[in-house]
Design a protein around this ligand. Sequence first.
Ligand SMILES: [Fe+2]
Ligand SMILES: [Fe+2]
Length: 132
Amino acid sequence: MDPEYLTGIEEIDKQHLEIEGVAAALIDAVEAHDKWHIVHYIVVRLYELLRFHFTVEEAMMRITGFPEIDEHKRVHQDMLQTVERMKSATLDSDLGRASDLIKTQFSFLSHIVDHDKRLAEFLVANVAHLKR
Ligand SMILES: [Fe+2]
Ligand SMILES: [Fe+2]
């Protein structure tokens, strides 16, 4: 992972790394023209990881009183909706539409972790044991 995306919060970074790995596998599978069920399985895995990760982040935001929680949650919802669209598109044995969707969303996949910078800054400044 590009070091600029590291938050310095171990649990979040660990989850981001796993998500990034699955997103990279998804791009590889599409580029290798893998069969629909392989691509679909990877999208399902990505969706599950994201849902879990967002739940963890949203709990952290509630517990610590992060002021931008509503905006941050909206970003999570948008991402989940995008991956849900990928999920249904990959159920089609002709992956044309799904491939286009995944390829055009490439920047979205690589920026899944990018929007967390403000949350990480807030946590590091406000949570005692994370203070640098
Ligand atoms: Fe995140
Ligand atoms: Fe987030």
